[in-house]
Write a protein that binds this ligand. Structure first.
Ligand code: NAG
Ligand code: NAG
Length: 988
């Protein structure tokens, strides 16, 4: 060992810190070479054309953004931190109303910058009426349900108007219309407020004076209220009524006589019709009358265009029947409707012009039309959003661009290892032949064929050698075919070509990322081509919650995933759906065992509750897929998937005897069970333990062990060569609760099999109201993050708990095979560190053998991911001057977690709304793959202990190759010489 002087010591430790801090940072030249970031805007609820090149959208994710109409690129984006309720885009800017807290904001539509903001006192809120905006930048917004406030271009109050409140109050539905400088305020009757009239006030927009008020009578059965031009239209029992909004002049038309000439007249039943169409344009003249009815397999819709005239309603275009309504938009006096007319086509009707445009579109991949916006009429450009949250931009003949916005709505993601190429070529060679072919061929010819194949493969050897050595340095670990642009990668997969089968690279850096989304899509992305979509699926009326890789890529059999989600059963009740896919192509996976194929459908919808799903460590004997166990808390029953005879038999023999489950109910109480066989081979649970939260406590969060974690060493070597043995209990987890009254937070480490509390600690003065608490668990440690109001270290705190088998060095529990039934109480070391930021989620890197120290990954609300080496979260960091042993152990002196931008894995990228960070190992021990999702998606590689197994960039590869060639040549020459010498020596 080196001798170190005392003054040199601090320098050394500082130097060590330097080594560890920038380990996660990347060089500027590396940015974007292997990492990728997809900026999403969410499922658009509305789009408005700003100019010929830009479209403003607002989405379910509380985002407003501007999209480039030529490429689909996000020009600017604002992610609001409160709930976006109203959106109105005008030529002079975009007005948004958002709540919690209440804000009216006005944004520059060229660059997305905030122009002004108008806030309300806490006691008030913006009503649910649509605001009004003029093109000069002036706006008017409803405060509560009674006050209308006009705001200037600078967001200053110009006037306010108060509605004379009639006796009706509460959940009123208020409609605002802007006609020239006048504002119409119409209070509609609603479910809650059954008033016998429409209460109309006409306000002078310049002065705020009421110029007229009137009441248009209606019955309290009035529904489907809509506005066409200057008319208000509604349905009442079996008739459609309408009146001008500024005059009490009600006309009525019987539904039956109106539709009598249509072929589907008998479908227009009063309770099943709707006159849905909403336009603020004073020029509109017509609406679509539609009726829904049950057809043989699915519901169908029949519809007709109706023109509103002063005295009568006149039927115009009859649309026939379709499977769904589609989308509708207005352009001056034209009405545009896009509706699915076949599984691979939709028709855009432009009326009253009578133009029809058919556009090819594969609905099986996207779901039905959910929203359309006509961006341009001549030539046609159409913005289409589907039920699966895919966004398309079409011109008259083809697609211009698309965005897979369902990826802003991921519920769960799994990394899938790709198969090795040689496995697959061999398989294609030998396994493709039929049984009769196999029988015909004799062993000799088969051997010759194999030899020829292998000889042919030798041709690839030089190329393989070169690529293997060349790609062994850090900079070239970049995939060479990464020419896919980020925008292309964000596009929807259109199934024009079958998915290309991908193979693993030498270092296992290329994987498939398979994400199940809440909008019913499953999307597979290629990590090494900027996240380009390899295949996608849409499952109608599904909202996915889980995804499992049940069979990894192994010889002969393709990898299989199972995605699970919420859906509806045949009668419209809540149900759970399972779908089983070939993970390389996205196609339904049909069992190869023929007796299964009929028995086990790829898509199953059931009524069992999925309160907990466990991926079991055992495989189904015939298909070699991992079994899943599903726990239904209400009935206490357990189901296995797949539930075939062979699977059940193996499960009963190998897993059932030691199958324990724990479950946390909605109140936060925990219960532990043993799974046993019940009536007729069914499975049920027997309660074993219960943990009821003490009075006044409620649960905040719970940790779980990392799935598939590799642990390299059972102990921790200390500076004095002694060992602390890690407490590696696979059944432990941490439960964090709070006592709101005492503002304290309680952390308990528990055993899920026995229900015992292994360790408990209380933190006083913790704010859990405005700050979240997060925890991560791995190996024998836990790290959690919270806000502490304690006077001294007030701020964000991270605490690490490390569990050891005994308090003393070298102390070890005798049993080598850990069982929860051994009654040992772990020894816990803990330490708290100040942390510079609030966080939204936590993750941890995973490497191949678990040798590299881990990085703990923090998602920050400022749209960043920070990676902090576990060595900084070490309870053994000395607070005093480090001793010689501490130096040997390479411990850093105690200190807060540094606020260092170099720790950001996202460097300068704006990765919005990170909700989860997942990691997967590569074949290089030094390198972990990291994927984060939420709103945006971000993929990168992390090397927490630097790339010790990769040649540095400045390493001379030519010299290495030359040396090797030299060595080979010299061995070749000297080998015989040496041998001869040896032989000669023996003869002597
Ligand atoms: C919006 O931003 C553009 C470009 O920065 C600027 O030219 C324009 O004046 C701004 N508009 C308003 C209303 O502030
Ligand atoms: C892709 O297209 C083929 C044929 O056009 C079809 O059989 C297949 O089901 C499609 N795949 C998906 C996932 O829609």
């Amino acid at each position: 060992m080196f001798a170190i002087t005392k003054s040199g010591l601090n320098l050394l430790l500082l130097g060590l810190l330097q080594v560890i801090v920038p380990a996660t940072a990347i060089y500027e030249s590396q940015a974007g070479t292997f990492d990728w970031h997809h900026t999403w805007v969410g499922h658009p609820r509305e789009a408005v054309k700003i100019d010929n090149d830009h479209l403003a959208v607002y989405s379910e994710k509380n985002i407003i953004a501007s999209l480039n109409t030529h490429s689909g690129a996000v020009e600017w984006r604002q992610v609001l931190d409160n709930d976006l309720d109203q959106f109105l885009a005008t030529d002079s800017g975009i007005l948004t109303l958002s709540s919690l807290p209440e804000r009216a904001q006005f944004w520059n539509n060229t660059n997305g910058q905030l122009i002004w903001e108008y806030t309300l006192p806490e006691t008030e809120n913006f009503g649910n009426a649509k605001p009004v905006a003029w093109n000069n930048g002036e706006t008017a917004v409803f405060v509560g349900n009674t006050k209308l406030v006009k705001l200037s271009k600078e967001g200053k109050e110009l006037w306010s108007w108060t509605r004379e409140s009639k006796e009706v109050q509460g959940f009123e539905s208020i409609k605002t219309l802007q006609r020239g400088s006048a504002i119409y305020v119409i209070v509609e009757p609603s479910e809650e407020v059954k008033s016998p009239f429409f209460d109309v006030s006409i306000i002078d927009g310049t002065t705020g004076e009421t110029t007229q008020s009137l009441q248009i009578p209606c019955r309290n059965t009035a529904s489907d209220i809509t506005y066409v031009g200057n008319y208000i239209i509604w349905t009442e029992d079996d008739s459609i009524k309408w009146s001008p909004i500024d005059k009490k002049d009600i006309k009525s038309s019987s539904l039956k006589t109106l539709v009598s000439t249509l072929p589907t007249a008998n479908r227009f039943v009063p309770t099943k019709i709707s006159i849905g169409s909403e336009s603020n344009d004073a020029n509109t003249k017509s609406f679509v009358l539609s009726a829904e009815y049950e057809a043989e397999e699915h519901d169908e819709i029949t519809s007709v265009l109706v023109n509103v005239e002063e005295k009568s309603l006149v039927l115009s275009n009859y649309f026939g029947t379709q499977a769904s309504f589609g989308g509708i938009d207005f352009h001056q006096s034209s009405l545009i409707r896009a509706v699915r007319t076949s599984p691979t086509e939709f028709t855009t009707y432009i009326l009253p012009e009578g133009k029809e445009v058919k556009i090819q579109h594969d609905f099986s991949l996207s779901g039905d039309i959910n929203y359309i916006k006509l961006v341009n009429l001549e030539p046609l450009s159409l913005f289409v959003v589907t039920d699966g949250s895919s966004v398309f931009y079409y011109n008259e003949s083809s697609i211009v661009w698309s965005r897979e916005e369902s990826l802003s709505n991921i519920a769960a993601t799994e990394f899938l290892d790709l198969p090795e190429k040689k496995m697959w070529t061999q398989m294609a060679d030998e396994l493709d032949e039929t049984v009769s072919e196999q029988a015909k061929e004799n062993p000799v010819s088969r051997y010759i064929r194999r030899l020829t194949t292998h000889a042919l493969e030798l041709r690839k050897l030089p190329g393989w050698t070169v690529s293997h050595f060349i790609s062994m340095s850090g900079s070239t670990l970049v995939s060479k075919d990464n020419e896919v642009t980020v925008l292309e990668a964000q596009s929807c997969w259109l199934n024009k070509t079958r998915p290309e089968i991908l193979y693993r690279d030498n270092f296992g850096l290329r994987k498939l990322l398979i994400s199940a989304t809440k909008s019913g899509k499953i999307v597979a992305q290629d990590t090494s081509r900027n996240g380009k979509i390899v295949w996608s699926r849409y499952v109608d009326a599904f909202s996915f919650t889980h995804i499992y890789v049940v069979r990894a890529a192994s010889v002969k059999l393709p990898p299989v995933i199972v995605a699970i989600g919420d859906t509806y059963d045949e009668v419209g009740g809540q149900a759970t759906g399972f779908i089983r896919l070939n993970a390389l192509t996205g196609e339904n996976y049909i069992s190869t065992a023929t007796e299964y194929a009929n028995l086990f459908e790829p898509v199953i919808v059931t009524n069992i509750g999925t309160d907990k799903i466990v991926r079991l460590p055992i495989e189904d004997p015939e298909e070699r897929t991992h079994m899943l166990a599903i726990f239904e808390a209400g009935s206490g029953r357990v189901y296995i998937y797949p539930d075939t005879f062979a699977a059940r038999e193996k499960f009963a023999a190998e897993f059932l005897p030691n199958f324990y489950l724990s479950y946390q109910n909605k109140e936060g109480n925990l219960k532990g069970y043993k799974v046993v066989e019940g009536y007729r081979g069914s499975l049920k649970v027997l309660p074993i333990w219960e943990f009821k939260l003490p009075q006044g406590e409620d649960a905040l969060t719970i940790s779980k062990p990392q799935a598939n974690e590799k642990i390299a060493s059972l102990g921790r070597a200390l500076g004095n060569r002694n060992v602390l043995y890690k407490y590696l209990n696979p059944h432990m987890f941490a439960l964090i609760t709070r006592n709101a009254k005492k503002s304290s937070m309680n952390v308990r480490i528990m055993d899920s099999v026995k229900g015992t509390i292994l360790y408990e600690t209380i933190h006083e003065h913790v704010d859990t109201e405005t700050n979240e608490v997060h925890i991560i668990q791995s190996e024998n440690w836990f790290v959690y993050h919270f806000w502490s109001n304690d006077i001294k270290p007030r701020g964000y705190q991270t605490v690490v708990l490390e569990l050891y088998e005994g308090e003393h060095e070298n102390e070890r529990v005798v049993s080598s095979n850990f069982s929860s039934f051994d009654n040992i109480q772990p020894h816990v070391l803990s330490s708290a560190f100040a942390f510079p930021y609030p966080i939204t989620t936590m993750g941890v890197t995973e490497t191949r053998n678990g040798i590299s120290t881990k990085d703990i990954l923090f998602g920050l609300p400022t749209h960043q991911i920070m990676g902090v080496n576990k060595r900084l979260f070490d309870p053994r960091r000395p607070t005093e001057k480090p001793s010689k042993d501490d130096q040997e152990e390479m411990l850093f002196p105690y200190g807060p977690i540094p606020d260092d931008k170099r720790l950001f894995l996202t460097y300068n990228q704006d990765v919005a709304g990170i909700e989860a960070i997942v990691s997967s190992p590569s074949l290089l021990e030094s390198t972990a793959l990291v994927f984060a999702y939420g709103i945006d998606t971000f993929f990168t590689r992390s090397s927490p202990s630097r790339q010790f197994d990769v040649l540095s960039e400045d390493f001379s590869k030519a010299q290495l190759l030359l040396t090797m060639v030299g060595l080979v040549v010299s061995i070749w020459i000297s080998g015989p010489m040496v041998r001869r010498k040896r032989v000669n020596a023996l003869w002597k």
